[in-house]
Design a protein around this ligand. Structure first.
Ligand code: C2O
Length: 349
């Protein structure tokens, strides 16, 4: 078996871009002696708890927004060395993307990056799962569900306005100044502005979604390429990871920074609260893609993928080791996505 089992107690200084604007050690605090537990469904879901429903950002009410703001504010107020703090949560991304972890023996020389490979979807699903549980726990609502930024649907094609008010915990300074709402997002943004009407941009976006979702008919195209023990990181990117995933990151990040900090580069992306609803929608795209049928299956017959592991802190500050195989069904993890119109599904090229 060539599954990758990273060792959470061996965390190395990360490699940041040469012109990074802030430097950080991205390793999480560890208990001593080092200990962790393996994820078990029964520890996290009881059969009588209702499914949490993740809703689109543009359709939630004031009461929900207030909860979300409060949860993020509470995370930001925790001590910096608390694994549940917003600061530590954001560093998880840097650790798994900028090489803080290496593969297990005998390939300790190979750094792990969860991007551009078949780990993209499962890693971020687990990440958001624990983020959601921590936030829900802090506001005393175990049924709290992260919203999703539905940039694939017409009413969702701009930054949700409540992420842009200066006095909100959802506000973030380092963002592109000209991309504030109601500016329509460009889902194929690689750094150059598309000067077209909103109407045109919306049709481009729908065409992009169709191409990245519907035309991505195999797991290799959609999920990205296999990354096994002994392989170099970044073997090949999946369709949705390239766009809209990367492009939304780039589009949100500030234009006057060297790496489009914060959203536009791995080491800082998760410092912006919009990162989490963005990834909620990415996660939703994985769930939707599997339902498109016609042989669209993920790598669920490949033990190397299924057995690979990551580590996260849960809401009780237990370090938990999770396997890819346990995140394939969102219902088993206790959540579903609210159904929203998919304008791209029947797009005619
Ligand atoms: Cu780990 Cu949105 O990237």
């Amino acid at each position: 078996n060539r599954a990758i089992h990273l060792e959470a107690n061996k965390c190395f200084p990360v490699v940041l871009p040469h012109d990074a604007i802030t430097g950080d050690n991205c390793c999480p605090p560890l208990q001593s002696p080092f200990k962790f537990k393996d994820f078990k469904f029964k520890d996290y879901a009881s059969s009588n708890s209702p499914l949490r429903v993740r809703k689109p950002c543009h359709l939630v009410d004031q009461e929900f927004i207030a909860k979300l703001e409060k949860g993020i504010a509470l995370m930001k107020a925790l001590p910096k060395d608390d694994p549940r703090s917003f600061y530590q949560q954001s560093k998880i991304h840097c650790a798994y993307c900028n090489g803080a972890y290496h593969q297990q023996h005998p390939f300790e020389n190979l750094k792990i990056d969860v991007h551009d490979s078949w780990f993209f979807f499962p890693f971020h699903r687990w990440y958001l799962y624990f983020f959601e549980r921590i936030l829900g726990n802090l506001i005393g609502d175990p049924n709290f569900a992260m919203p999703f930024w539905s940039w694939d649907t017409i009413d969702g094609m701009q930054i949700p306005s409540y992420f842009t008010y200066h006095n909100s915990s959802l506000y973030h300074k380092l963002r592109h100044k000209n991309h504030m709402p109601p500016h329509i997002i460009d889902l194929l943004f690689f750094g150059n502005e598309n000067f077209v009407s909103s109407q045109k941009q919306i049709s481009f976006n729908i065409a992009t979604m169709y191409k990245q979702m519907v035309l991505a008919s195999t797991k290799e195209i959609f999920m990205g390429s296999p990354l096994r023990h002994g392989d170099e990181s970044n073997p090949g990117i999946g369709s949705v990871e390239l766009a809209p995933h990367n492009t939304v990151h780039t589009w949100v990040g500030a234009a006057d920074t060297p790496n489009r900090e914060d959203m536009g580069t791995f080491y800082t992306a998760a410092r912006d609260p919009i990162f989490y609803p963005h990834h909620s929608n990415i996660d939703r795209m994985w769930a939707i893609w599997k339902k498109l049928g016609q042989g669209r299956r993920d790598y669920s017959d490949d033990e190397d993928w299924l057995d690979s592991t990551f580590f996260f802190y849960d809401e009780n500050v237990n370090l938990v080791r999770v396997k890819v195989r346990d995140c394939l069904d969102t219902k088993k993890l206790g959540y579903v996505y609210q159904d929203v119109d998919l304008p791209w599904l029947n797009f005619q090229p």
